[in-house]
Design a protein. Structure first.
Length: 114
């Protein structure tokens, strides 16, 4: 799981970071329903497509034109997000002192290559 502190994730989560799980797109299976999507330009200039539940508004997943082989899920959208633990922090350069992140985790100022 990645805790991302970029401004987009801060704005979308309403707090200091967003928590995400990223998987190879080929292994993703759609279960049911249809998400509503909107596109934004990321810090690196590429387009990210965000999807949310049209009924409750909860963010569900995102995809990136820069990384089309990956599919990213909002950890809190899962039935049991407690199964997962953060393993890395990205965009630490944009973090706030009041957003407590485990200092023992590997940290990157921006998004590391995958």
């Amino acid at each position: 799981m990645n805790d991302c502190q970029c401004r987009d994730c801060q704005r979308r989560s309403g707090t200091g970071h967003g928590s995400y799980l990223t998987f190879p797109s080929a292994g993703v299976k759609k279960l049911q329903g249809e998400a509503t999507r909107w596109d934004i330009v990321a810090d690196n200039g590429t387009v990210k497509s965000h999807a949310f539940c049209p009924i409750c508004g909860s963010p569900v997943y995102l995809t990136s034109a820069a990384k089309p082989d990956f599919f990213t899920v909002h950890a809190a959208s899962l039935d049991d997000p407690a199964r997962f633990r953060p393993q890395v922090v990205t965009y630490r350069i944009r973090g706030h002192g009041w957003d407590r992140i485990d200092e023992a985790l590997p940290q990157f100022e921006k998004m590391p290559p995958m």
